[in-house]
Every structure is written in structure tokens, then in C-alpha cells.
Design a protein. Structure first.
Lengths: 275, 279
């Protein structure tokens, strides 16, 4: 077990007028793991993602990436520090080609300025390199054939894979995936699961994902954090979380919790604070 | 042959100048629209450039190149100062703020006695002409095409499509917005200076709201898929009233009708072709 987590979220809170969407949530994601963030609709998962990626400013709390506080940093600065994300509702650049989408993800890794106007050898080499890199990533997610198509013309599942390839182009250390399997058919979900496993096992990438597809979450994630009404109600391995009374109650409703624990796993010791 | 060309040039001189100047103005609004912003301040920046260049030439006798450089620099500087607070606004709100900026500029020129007040500035020596206008247009057009086909062009299109997603991809949004406004203001200033030095007269009311809308319509009609499109839009909108001259009284009506029909049936512009974004 490594000493300090790659992503450390402490006391993160977001209030929207009267509503507390995320209520002092703690979260630690260790390097090289897949960490799942689950919870019923409206639990605050996407709000938490938006605060981690810098799209939304928190009302309180801190986010640290590898020990460095990200407070107040704009999204582009976080990208340069090694954070990338995908969106719940796909947000690819649909007018651009598939290849150009991925190349846009390489933005912070490219530096040409004046060379652009002079078409200097340096610029051309960088651009060639970027193209090759983008093609590699498309091959990795299985979209090589589609490189020159308009991104908006891709089928749904391919658009999701393109969004992952584009995020990978940012060369992140931590990749945030917001419901990557949403709207996918079982075959597509299966392919996605394999892809995400390869990201962790072959590339050593750390993933934090929000997902509603429980079979996918349970078989993929090393660790889970459960939110309900903005609060963290459980944290632990998939087996621990599955047996946690508060989780069962959140998903199935009050009254079923006792029944669930009575039947289930009496020896599970979830760490999460039940508030 | 040479005689015919010469006659043609003298007859249509102002039209030929107009197409070139409006082409540069079209590129100035293109730069703003290309990052997904909407500005109605281009006419004001054009006015600032025209007055800067004309005042320098008339009152101080500076060489044309110096007047031109100042005519680009002054509006660009104003954009840099004004951009800080206004670029927090986006979309329609930015457009309204830039209309306000345009009005302020017009009123300043109207009441500035040194610059001729309501009477404007006359007797601006003719300098530059066709060569300077079309030379500038060509250089700017080529530069913008080269920029479009690079990481900067990709970032700009990404911003136009989905600003939040572009930010997450690592695009420094405030910086891109500011640079676009500054560059577009400089271009508008250059266009103003060129036009002042071929028309010999400038007045405060030439750079009002109506001109701002006309400049915007170049890009609406032409499209913004590539830098060539708005220039084509400007050429058509500048030529159209002349081509329709035989229609006499119906001229402006038909002119308006053609624009409405074009915008309705070609929402992506007359030239919807999209430039590739790789270098």
C-alpha cells in the first residue's frame, strides 16, 4: 500500500442555495487502482466530479492531486498537472474529425507558436508526432478505421470510446469517467470493461469512475465510495460495500436494511462512517 | 486593353477598395466568432484605427507605415483593457456590452474637437490604395489559414463547439478569448486606417451600430467554416447593391431579400466547407 493517495478529497462541500449537493465528502484514490463512486440518482456524484476537474468551484474543502492542492486552479491547469475526464452526456467536438478530437486532447503537450506561421521544421515534426500519437490512441480504443470521419457521425458506443481516447491524449495520471457505460448495450459494455481493465493493467492509469452498471462496477473496481444525498455513507472494497446496511437502505429503501444484513455478510467490516 | 482596365479601375475604384477593406473587417469578426464569442464592437475598433491613423498622417505627417502600425496597436490596446471585465461575459451579454463600447467611442469622436468633432476629419492624403489593401488582406488571410491548421485552430474550434469540454482538454480559455479579441481589434483598426487613407474623409457616424451589424453579416452570410468564407461574404454583400443597381427603386428590397433567403437556406453560410485542423 502506497503512503499517500494520488487523489485526496477532504471535506469537499457544494451548496446550491438551500440544497447541499455534496456534504463534506472525503475520498482517497490510490495510484494504480480503479475507484468507483456510486450512489442513487442525485447523490452528488457528478457535482463531486465537476469540483475535482475544476468545472465547478467548491463551497468548502480541498482536492489534492499527488499532494498538491488544486484549489482555485482552472480546468486547463489541472489538465496540465495530470487530470482528465469524460462527461456523463457525451461531449465530443462533433463537427471535428475523430482524429482532430484526439489531437485536441494533446493540446497541453504541444507548444508550437511562431512556427505555426512559418511552417518551421519544428512545427511540422511536432504536428506529425501529434498525429501519430492520436492514431495510436485510436488504435488502442479500436477506432482506427474511423479516424477521418466526422465525430458526430459515429455510433453512440464509438463516441464514448472516442471521448476516452481524447481524455487519454491529455496524458493523465488520473482519469475521471462519468458514467462511461451509460446507454451502452451489453456487448459494448463488455468491450468497455476490457478497455478500462487494460488502462489500469497495461498503462498503470488510475481511474475514478461514476457508474450505475453494478455488475461492471463490482467486477472492475478495487475500491468503492458510496454517496447518498451528498454524504459519504460507505467506503471499502466491493464486497464490504455490498454488505453495508446503509448502502442497502439507500438503494432498496428503509426497512430492508435489517433483512439484508441478517441474510448477508455478518463478518463484513466497512470502514465508512454512517452518519 | 490597358486603357480599358484603367477606365474600369477609375470607375469602380471605391467599390474595389470597399471589397478589400470589408474583407479585412470580415476576418476581424471571424477571429472572434471562431472562438465562440459574439462582438458588436468591431465598428468601434475600426473607428479607433481610422482616427488614429488619419490623425497621425494629417496632424503629424507620419509615414503611412507608422500610421498603420499605430492604427493596429491602439484598438488592440483598448481591447486589452476593456477585455478584462467584458470577457467575463459571454454570448448575448458580451454582444450588448460591446454595443455599449461602440456607442461610447462614437460619442467621444463626436465631441472631440481636435479630431473635427461632428464634422469629422477631411483632407486625409491618399496613401496605400489597392496594393496596400489587398496585400494586407492576403497576408491576414494566409496567416489565419495557417493558424487554423494547427493546435491553436483545434483549440479555437473546440471552444466554439463546447467551451467547458475545451477547458477540460487543457485550453486556456480566458487567454484564448482575450487573444482573439485583441487580434480582431487590431485587424479592424488596420481596416479602418486603410479605408480612411483611400476615402480622404472620416466622420464619427461611420462607425456606429449599423456598421457593426454589417460587419457581422459578412460572417453570417459567408460562414465561418474557414477564413475564406467571411471574405467571400463581404465581397458578395459589398457587390450586391451595385449589381442590383438596374432594379432602381426595388434595389434595397431585393438586396435584403437575397440576404434573408441565403441565411434561411444556408445557415452555415455560402461556403460551408470546413477547413482541416491538422498542419
Amino acid at each position: 500500500m502506497s503512503a499517500s493517495p494520488l487523489l485526496a478529497v477532504e471535506g469537499l462541500t457544494r451548496r446550491f442555495q438551500g440544497l447541499v449537493a455534496v456534504d463534506s465528502v472525503d475520498l482517497a484514490v490510490r495510484e494504480g487502482t480503479v475507484h468507483g463512486l456510486i450512489g442513487p440518482n442525485g447523490a452528488g456524484k457528478t457535482t463531486l466530479f465537476n469540483m475535482v476537474s475544476g468545472v465547478l468551484a467548491p463551497s468548502a474543502g480541498t482536492v489534492r492531486l499527488d499532494g498538491r492542492a488544486l484549489d482555485g486552479l482552472a480546468p486547463y491547469r489541472r489538465t496540465a498537472l495530470g487530470l482528465a475526464r469524460t462527461f456523463q452526456n457525451i461531449r465530443i467536438f462533433s463537427e471535428m474529425t475523430v482524429l482532430e478530437n484526439v489531437m485536441t486532447g494533446l493540446h497541453t503537450r504541444l507548444s508550437a507558436r511562431l512556427g505555426i506561421l512559418l511552417r518551421s521544421p519544428g512545427f511540422r515534426a511536432e504536428e506529425r508526432g501529434a498525429k501519430a500519437r492520436a492514431r495510436d490512441l485510436l488504435a488502442f480504443v479500436g477506432l482506427s478505421e474511423a479516424a477521418d470521419l466526422r465525430a458526430g457521425a459515429l455510433p453512440y458506443g464509438d463516441q464514448r470510446r472516442l471521448e476516452i481516447a481524447r481524455a487519454l491524449a491529455c496524458e493523465p495520471r488520473l482519469l475521471l469517467l462519468d458514467e462511461p457505460a451509460a446507454g451502452m448495450n451489453p456487448a459494448e459494455t463488455h468491450a468497455l470493461l476490457a478497455l478500462l481493465r487494460r488502462l489500469r493493467d497495461e498503462r498503470g492509469l488510475t481511474l475514478l469512475l461514476v457508474e450505475h452498471d453494478m455488475p461492471l462496477v463490482m467486477s472492475l473496481c478495487d475500491r468503492l465510495t458510496v454517496l447518498n444525498f451528498g454524504r459519504r455513507i460507505a467506503d471499502g472494497t466491493p464486497a464490504e460495500v455490498r454488505a453495508h446496511p446503509a448502502v442497502i437502505e439507500a438503494y432498496l429503501g428503509a426497512g430492508t436494511a435489517q433483512a439484508g444484513t441478517a441474510q448477508g455478510h455478518p463478518d463484513a467490516h466497512p470502514q465508512g462512517a454512517v452518519s | 486593353m490597358w486603357q480599358t482596365l484603367d477606365d474600369f479601375y477609375w470607375t469602380y475604384q471605391s467599390l474595389i477598395h470597399g471589397i478589400g477593406v470589408n474583407g479585412i473587417l470580415a476576418l476581424s469578426i471571424y477571429v472572434v466568432l471562431a472562438v465562440g464569442q459574439l462582438s458588436l464592437g468591431q465598428a468601434a475598433f475600426m473607428g479607433v484605427g481610422a482616427y488614429t491613423g488619419a490623425l497621425l498622417t494629417v496632424k503629424f505627417g507620419t509615414p503611412f507605415a507608422v500610421s498603420m502600425a499605430a492604427a493596429a496597436a491602439v484598438p488592440a490596446l483598448i481591447a486589452l483593457v476593456v477585455g478584462g471585465p467584458t470577457l467575463r461575459l459571454t454570448g448575448v451579454y458580451l454582444a450588448i456590452a460591446t454595443i455599449g463600447l461602440g456607442e461610447i467611442t462614437r460619442i467621444v469622436f463626436l465631441n472631440w474637437d481636435y479630431a473635427g468633432g461632428a464634422l469629422g476629419l477631411s483632407g486625409i492624403p491618399e496613401k496605400g490604395g489597392v496594393l496596400a489593401i489587398y496585400g494586407t488582406l492576403a497576408v491576414v488571410l494566409i496567416a489565419l489559414i495557417l493558424v487554423a491548421r494547427s493546435r491553436i485552430g483545434r483549440a479555437m474550434e473546440a471552444m466554439r463547439e463546447d467551451e467547458a469540454a475545451a477547458g477540460v482538454m487543457g485550453v486556456n480559455l480566458p487567454r484564448y478569448r482575450m487573444t482573439a479579441l485583441v487580434v480582431s481589434s487590431g485587424l479592424a483598426g488596420i481596416a479602418g486606417c486603410l479605408s480612411a487613407h483611400v476615402s480622404s474623409f472620416i466622420g464619427p457616424n461611420e462607425y456606429g451600430f449599423e456598421t457593426a451589424v454589417t460587419i457581422l453579416s459578412y460572417a453570417l452570410l459567408g460562414g465561418i467554416g474557414s477564413p475564406v468564407a467571411p471574405v467571400l461574404g463581404a465581397a458578395i454583400l459589398t457587390l450586391l447593391p451595385e449589381v442590383l443597381r438596374p432594379l432602381a427603386d426595388f434595389r434595397l428590397m431585393v438586396n435584403g431579400l437575397i440576404i434573408v433567403v441565403a441565411v434561411l437556406f444556408m445557415p452555415r453560410g455560402i461556403l460551408p466547407w470546413r477547413i482541416a485542423r491538422t498542419g
